[in-house]
Design a protein around this ligand. Structure first.
Ligand code: PMP
Ligand code: GLN
Length: 391
């Protein structure tokens, strides 16, 4: 998000939002012919079985509206996935809802669960759609900052962020943009407060299979949390198909029904044939899920080393596509200026992390790089950065 032009037509609650930083930076990459390490999407396709299943579904006439809650094959596959990986039981008919990516699941959750004026607590830096989804619902975001190379938060600050107006906590693990994977202790702390204050927790787990350090712990697995947690994920990252936009929600029946109530009037349904393909993907063997984590780890390490060699300070990333860097050692202090001149300096695009912060000072000199690209692209990007950035 960059600062929007004042637009007399735009409702006030969206005044702070302009074009998404990802769209802007990808357009910059295309315009300048740069290597795009900005927007997080892979530059290779996912597994052949999954691609074939989509083609087969299209050829096989699965091209009309799927059921409002999603096709049974995918709802069953999501429920089986939650059982297989996390020992969580969800009824595929009443506790699983298929959405247009995690983005719609997040927006629908906010629209359905947050009253105008309610406060939503989330960590900052936060994924950009959170701020907009909360604003669409007329809610107010209250952030707790993750600080330093290990992205830690202060328990006191978190507790102080809660008020009688707090309605829910919006949590993302593994976390974009830091790559933090929340530990059991951290999640227990949040869970305990959620129970004591009778809050819902909406969790965004789209990077659940891209972890290099630690383990993914769904909030819903913690004692007492299943029935106050709305778990969101999607197939985009796990199957390298970010353009398909197949996401899902798992939650107890009345929460799922609540989320569906707004979802059904936003898209109603989407991605019919791709739902079949993601169902196929979720049933792939354990080796697939292990392999994608190992491959992403190697990419993350490669990019991290290259960035360090080019003079960046690189923060710890335990998972996801992303690495956070500091640019001061390179003689720069403003991530926005830096990212706009990076294509010219060395033909690489990255994202200024400040867009993920309310505290603009905290994010000012941070820049996010995405590692989900072919090895040769990463190597070339590192070569360009090392050659083009001497302070
Ligand atoms: N949450 C996070 C943390 C993300 O990084 C993204 C981007 N993939 C999304 C949600 C959106 O997911 P989807 O593409 O499935 O809508
Ligand atoms: N999740 C992707 C990222 O953080 C971008 C998705 C989008 O462009 N909305 O880069």
């Amino acid at each position: 998000m960059t600062m929007p032009d004042p637009n007399p037509h735009l409702v006030k609650r969206l005044h702070e939002f302009g074009a998404s930083i990802f769209a802007e930076m990808s357009a910059l990459a295309v315009r300048t012919g740069s290597i795009n390490l900005g927007q997080g999407f892979p530059d290779t396709d996912g597994p052949t079985e999954v691609l074939d299943a989509a083609v087969e579904a299209i050829r096989g006439g699965k091209n009309q509206y799927p059921p409002g809650i999603g096709i049974p094959e995918l709802r069953h596959a999501v429920a089986s996935h939650q059982r297989r990986f996390y020992d969580l039981e969800y009824d595929p008919d009443t506790e699983v809802l298929i959405t247009a990516g995690a983005t719609e699941a997040i927006a629908s959750s906010m629209l359905s669960l947050c009253e105008a004026g309610d406060e939503v607590v989330c960590f900052e830096p936060y994924y950009d759609s959170y701020a907009a989804a909360i604003a669409l619902a007329g809610g107010r975001r209250v952030t707790v900052q993750l600080r330093g190379p290990d992205s830690r938060f202060s328990p006191e600050e978190f507790e102080a962020a809660l008020s009688p107006h707090t309605r829910l906590i919006l949590l993302n693990t593994p976390h974009n943009p830091t790559g933090k994977v929340f530990s059991r202790e951290e999640l227990e702390f949040v869970a305990d407060l959620a129970m004591r204050h009778d809050l819902l927790v909406v969790t965004d787990e789209v990077y659940e299979h891209l972890i290099f350090e630690g383990e993914h712990i769904p909030m819903a697995t913690l004692p007492g949390m299943r029935d106050r947690t709305v778990t969101i994920s999607s197939g985009g990252k796990t199957f390298s198909a970010t353009g398909w936009k197949i996401g899902w929600v798992c939650a107890k029946p009345d929460l799922t029904t609540a989320v569906r109530t707004s979802k059904q009037f936003i898209t109603y349904v989407s991605g019919g044939p791709f739902q079949y393909a993601i169902a196929k993907g979720l049933a792939l063997g354990d080796d697939y899920f292990k392999r994608i984590a190992a491959e992403m780890r190697a990419k993350s390490d490669m990019l991290s080393n290259g960035l360090k060699e080019a003079g960046f300070e690189v923060w710890r990333s335990m998972g996801t596509y992303y690495l956070t860097t500091r640019i001061e050692a390179l003689g720069h202090t403003d991530g926005v200026d830096f990212c706009w001149t990076l294509p010219e300096l060395c033909g690489v695009v990255a994202v200024p992390s400040v867009v993920f912060y309310d505290d603009k000072q905290a994010g000012k000199s941070l820049v996010r790089f995405a590692c989900c690209k072919r090895d040769e692209m990463l190597k070339e990007a590192c070569r360009r950065l090392a050659g083009g950035l001497q302070a």
